[in-house]
Design a protein around this ligand. Sequence first.
Ligand SMILES: C[S@@+](CC[C@H](N)C(=O)[O-])C[C@H]1O[C@@H](n2cnc3c(N)ncnc32)[C@H](O)[C@@H]1O
Length: 296
Amino acid sequence: MAMASSAYAPAGGVGAHARPGRPRFIQHKKEAFWFYRFLSIVYDHVINPGHWTEDMRDDALQPADLYSRKLRVVDVGGGTGFTTLGIVKHVDPENVTLLDQSPHQLEKAKQKDALKGVTIMEGDAEDLPFPTDTFDRYVSAGSIEYWPDPQRGIKEAYRVLRIGGVACLIGPVYPTFWLSRFFADMWMLFPKEEEYIEWFKRAGFKDVKLKRIGPKWYRGVRRHGLIMGCSVTGVKREHGDSPLQLGPKAEDVSKPVNPITFLFRFLMGTICAAYYVLVPIYMWIKDQIVPKGMPI
Ligand SMILES: C[S@@+](CC[C@H](N)C(=O)[O-])C[C@H]1O[C@@H](n2cnc3c(N)ncnc32)[C@H](O)[C@@H]1O
């Protein structure tokens, strides 16, 4: 199994440097690839009911301002197409491109009738296979947490947008409760709200805004962090590439790594991810028990 030796160095980007030393076992491309090799089988049945409901999706996409069926939209890390389904409510499928690094996730998207006409392709969020100044909207939901260098992915969002185009990035938020923080740090990247804003501004976006989202039954509770916790938007202000200059990519996926190390990281990361399957169930039980109108 060929994997990046650099995959186990601390991940790049502002947030990673702000909180160094977190293992983040699944925050690398090869690990994410294998994680979704298996999760894709049950993704639509496990992730959506617990973490990423249709209500949340529509709420999160609202700042993307999908006002015309003619807009050209790219959905990066689009996976099985759950967010793309929200996009094609507003935009003609022929104008939409869904990109993901996991062929297994994309296979599920290809089976969805509502996505017929959407261009579905493999690719890397940190190195998008599109010319500069291509799209009116860039959407990415729940993918940034796997990017080894989130700043690079957001710089790419800026590059592929046309002037005046909007990037809408939906992602997790960092927990404040100690146990949730522990599992979040072991699993993947849970950025802080201010980190998102800083990444967007550094990439060159103007009018950067952050909207909080979450499942209804959490009653606004955010201490455990949320796998889908905010929708961040920014507007591209000038033609061409982002003004931000970055060095070489943090991760070279073509270099081999020790398969034992990989397996250990992968298993540890998957175990920690299981905690976040339990949190929404715990919150749902609390919502059922605690009288309506009271904090939980
Ligand atoms: C939690 S899923 C979200 C899928 C979809 N956006 C949704 O709303 O349901 C995360 C997706 O990001 C993809 N992904 C992770 N790292 C990526 C990368 N570097 N480039 C492209 N896709 C990536 C994974 O393969 C996975 O399909």
